[in-house]
Design a protein around this ligand. Structure first.
Ligand SMILES: NC(=O)c1ccc[n+]([C@@H]2O[C@H](COP(=O)([O-])OP(=O)(O)OC[C@H]3O[C@@H](n4cnc5c(N)ncnc54)[C@H](O)[C@@H]3O)[C@@H](O)[C@H]2O)c1
Length: 349
C-alpha cells in the first residue's frame, strides 16, 4: 500500500483524490491540504481527512509522497518544502514556471534523495498512443511532419489561468502536454523553435498559439492550441514517406492511408480536375493506395501513479523523469522567447 497526500484540492486535486480512491488495493489517500478552508471542509464532507496547514500535512509520517495540484506559481515553493520534509513529489504540469525554477527543484530532489516527477498524464491518452504506435510500427514509413492540435471554442476559464503571474495562458496549460507528447515520441534533439502567439479574447495571456519545432533527425512538428474555434481541424495529422495518418478528435476516429506496392504512374500531359488543369494535385489512382484502420489499443492513465510508486521502490524505471521535464521546460522558455522576439530560435535541446 502506497500512501499519498494532496496539496491543493481544486479541480485537479479532486481528480487525483477520485483516482486514488478507485485503487484501494494499491494506494491510500491519507489526506489533503488546501489554502482555502472551504476546500478542506469539502474534502471532510466526502470522508477525506483534511489537514489544517501545510506544515501539518508535511509532518504526517505515514505520507510517502505528495501530489501538488495548486496554481502553477506555487509549484516551486511547495515542491521544495515537500522534498525537504522527506516526501517524494508528484507535481502537476506545467512542472514549473520556467526551466530555472526546475533546475533548483531538481537540485533539492538530488540533495534529499527524494523522487520528483511531473503528472504528464496525457502520455496515456488513447489518441496519442495510436499515433505513437502507428509511427513506431513503421506503418507510414519514416515520419517527416506531425501536426498536433487542440481547439476549443469557450475561451479560457476565468480563474488564475487568465493571470500571467499565476502561470496562466495556454502554452503552460495544454501546450506543455502537447510538447511533452511530441518530445517523448520523437527521439531526437529540438534544433529550431518558431512561435506565433496571440491573445484573441484574453489580454495578458496567450489564448492561441502555433509553434513549429524542428528536430535534428529532419522531422518537424506543428503544435497548435486554440481556444476560440467553432470548426475544428484534426487532432493529429502525420505525414510519413509511405503514408498519412489522421486522428480526427479525442473520440479516436480517423484513418491511415498509405501507398501500396502498385507503382504510381503519372498521366501523360495535363489532367483536368475540379481544381482546373494540374497533374501534381490530381487525385492519386485508387489502386495505388490502401486504407487501414487506426490501431486498437487500451491505455490507463492510472499507470502513471503505479509507475511512480514502483520507481520509488526501485521496481521500474521512472517514466516521466526530471530530465525529460527539463527539456520540455527549456523548449517552453524558447517558445516564449520566440513569441516575444518574433524570430525563429536555433537551439540544441
Ligand atoms: N494534468 C492535467 O490534466 C491537469 C488538468 C487540470 C489542471 N492541471 C494542473 O493542476 C494544477 C491545479 O489546477 P486546477 O485546475 O485544479 O486549479 P483549481 O483552481 O481548480 O485548484 C487549485 C487549488 O489550489 C488551492 N491553492 C492555491 N494556492 C495554494 C497553496 N499555496 N497551497 C495550497 N493550496 C493552494 C486553491 O485554493 C484551489 O483549491 C495546475 O498546475 C494545473 O495546470 C493539470
Amino acid at each position: 500500500m502506497y500512501r499519498l497526500g494532496i496539496i491543493g484540492y481544486g479541480g485537479m486535486g479532486g481528480w487525483h483524490a477520485k483516482s486514488l480512491l478507485e485503487m484501494p488495493d494499491e494506494f491510500e489517500l491519507v489526506g489533503i491540504y488546501d489554502i482555502n478552508p472551504a476546500k478542506i471542509e469539502a474534502a471532510r464532507e466526502k470522508g477525506i481527512k483534511g489537514f489544517d496547514s501545510l506544515d501539518e500535512i508535511l509532518a504526517e509520517e505515514s505520507i510517502q509522497a505528495v501530489i501538488i495540484a495548486t496554481p502553477n506559481n506555487f509549484h516551486k515553493e511547495l515542491s521544495i518544502k515537500a522534498l525537504e520534509a522527506g516526501k517524494h513529489v508528484i507535481c502537476e504540469k506545467p512542472v514549473m514556471m520556467n526551466s530555472e525554477e526546475l533546475i533548483e527543484v531538481i537540485e533539492v530532489s538530488k540533495k534529499t534523495g527524494r523522487q520528483f516527477s511531473v503528472h504528464q498524464n496525457r502520455r496515456w491518452d488513447k489518441d496519442f498512443r495510436m499515433v505513437k504506435k502507428t509511427i513506431d510500427d513503421g506503418v507510414i514509413g519514416t515520419p517527416f511532419y506531425i501536426e498536433s492540435r487542440v481547439q476549443g471554442s469557450k475561451g479560457i476559464p476565468g480563474d488564475w489561468r487568465c493571470v500571467k503571474e499565476a502561470g496562466g495562458g495556454m502554452l503552460l496549460d495544454w501546450g506543455v502536454h502537447l510538447i511533452d507528447q511530441i518530445m517523448w515520441m520523437v527521439d531526437s534533439p529540438v534544433t529550431e523553435v518558431y512561435t506565433h502567439m496571440l491573445s484573441v479574447k484574453f489580454p495578458g495571456v496567450d489564448d492561441n498559439f502555433k509553434l513549429l519545432l524542428r528536430f535534428a533527425n529532419g522531422m518537424s512538428a506543428l503544435v497548435e492550441v486554440d481556444t476560440y474555434t467553432f470548426i475544428n481541424l484534426p487532432r493529429w495529422h502525420v505525414s510519413g514517406d509511405e503514408g498519412t495518418l489522421q486522428v480526427d478528435s479525442f473520440a479516436c476516429d480517423g484513418s491511415i492511408v498509405r501507398a501500396n506496392t502498385v507503382e504510381m504512374k503519372w498521366e501523360e500531359g495535363i489532367v483536368y480536375t475540379a481544381a482546373g488543369p494540374t497533374r501534381t494535385m490530381a487525385p492519386r489512382p485508387e489502386e495505388t493506395i490502401e486504407r487501414l484502420e487506426l490501431p486498437e489499443l487500451e491505455t490507463d492513465a492510472k499507470d502513471y501513479y503505479r509507475n511512480f510508486m514502483d520507481a520509488t521502490e526501485g521496481k521500474q524505471k521512472l517514466m516521466v523523469t526530471p530530465d525529460q521535464a527539463l527539456r520540455v521546460m527549456r523548449v517552453i522558455d524558447t517558445v516564449f522567447e520566440s513569441a516575444e522576439t518574433g524570430s525563429c530560435i536555433k537551439v540544441n535541446i
